[in-house]
Design a protein around this ligand. Structure first.
Ligand code: G3P
Ligand code: CA
Length: 350
């Protein structure tokens, strides 16, 4: 704890400003340093002075909104040990099958996979040690109160960047997660495009519904960001009866596609290689047409996810700073999602 406090104070004292022109978005908090989406990771991110802090949001059985990347609990908690008979047939433990009270009893750790022996192996071995310290899953309201409280005590104006996770799944389970997220945002004063919030989703059908129906009905008008996936990631599914098929994203990668997105969204969140082709070399950066189409359509561009861990540097870059240099200065993105917000803030300060 002493070490954590030291890092927080040091970061506060050494970075200088928020960035009005190009944004730093703390992806799942300062998730390069502390387990993703814990309040500790959000407090540490705050101290690094990004412009926005991200929340992935899913719904519990009793309709609470919690900040969790997957709609499963098993990648980052001890749910399998604590509730061994609560997995669905696919072996996963769904947040939507647990009450908030149950979820609050779970311990959170660094993300892990199970090896062939069923042992948990950290996805990022150089990150925070597994099962160290004591972390829990926050609600969306708790996290907003933390950020707004720090805005009050420290005097910065750091925004929030919630993502509605798998709305297609929640809809199929009979839950209107989008309405619940918008209600929470409204309750905490995020109502117009001037407020420091971007609301993101991978699901174009839901984002369009939010733009066309929910926002006007709720007298709200906040900025929306269309996240872009490749179809075969199965990020968004479309149900016909009980059969789900992957949503086809191909139309988005065209000039006309970006114009269509601009009719309901203010920006896009593409995966890094969708903008800078992996065939690039350091001396020949190939910027893909999607970037130009988005610009021409008047969309903001916030790519994900910039990671400094070993093995996560783009093939055309020698360092994390090389990646930032290309995306901020050559591609000229409006902002980017990073697990290491301190590094992006320092880069922009320089
Ligand atoms: O929301 C931007 C980025 O976070 C998208 O990827 O999977 O980390 O939510 P994911
Ligand atoms: Ca996200």
């Amino acid at each position: 704890m002493k070490k954590l406090l030291h890092i927080v104070l040091l970061t506060l004292l050494t970075s200088t400003s928020l960035h009005a022109e190009q944004l730093v978005i703390a992806h799942r908090g300062a998730s390069g340093y502390l387990p993703e989406h814990t309040l500790a990771a959000k407090a540490l991110a705050y101290a690094m002075k990004p412009d926005y802090i991200e929340q992935d949001v899913v719904m519990t059985k009793d309709d609470h909104l919690v900040v969790l990347h997957d709609h499963y609990l098993d990648r980052v908690t001890d749910v399998a040990e604590r509730f061994p008979d609560r997995a669905r047939q696919d072996g996963r433990f769904y947040a939507i099958d647990f009450t908030l009270a149950e979820i609050k009893t779970l311990r959170v750790t660094e993300g892990f996979n199970l090896d062939e022996q069923g042992q948990a192996v950290a996805v990022f071995p150089s990150r925070f040690p597994m099962w160290h310290a004591d972390f829990t899953i926050p609600t969306l309201a708790e996290e907003i109160e933390l950020i707004q409280g720090l805005n009050h005590t420290l005097g910065y104006d750091i925004g929030i960047y919630p993502e509605i996770k798998a709305p297609w799944f929640h809809r199929h389970e009979g839950k209107d997660i989008s309405k619940a997220v918008l209600n929470t945002l409204k309750n905490y004063g995020y109502q117009t495009k001037k407020d420091k919030v971007y609301l993101q989703s991978f699901d174009p059908i839901e984002l369009k519904r939010i733009h066309d129906q929910l926002l006007p009905n709720m007298n709200m008008d906040i900025r929306l960001v269309q996240l872009i996936a490749h179809t075969d990631w199965n990020e968004t599914m479309v149900y016909q009866g009980q059969t789900a098929t992957p949503y086809d994203y191909q139309w988005m990668f065209s000039e006309d596609g970006m114009k269509k997105v601009a009719q309901y969204a203010d920006g896009i969140g593409p995966w890094m290689p969708m903008l800078v082709d992996n065939s690039s070399t350091k001396s020949n950066i190939v910027i893909n047409p999607l970037m130009h189409y988005a610009r021409d359509a008047g969309l903001e561009v916030h790519p994900y996810t910039f990671r400094a861990d070993p093995g996560r540097i783009a093939p055309w870059a020698e360092s994390f700073d090389d990646m930032l240099e290309v995306f901020y200065h050559q591609v000229k993105v409006d902002g980017l999602f990073t697990d290491f917000p301190d590094k992006a803030v320092k880069f922009l300060d320089r």
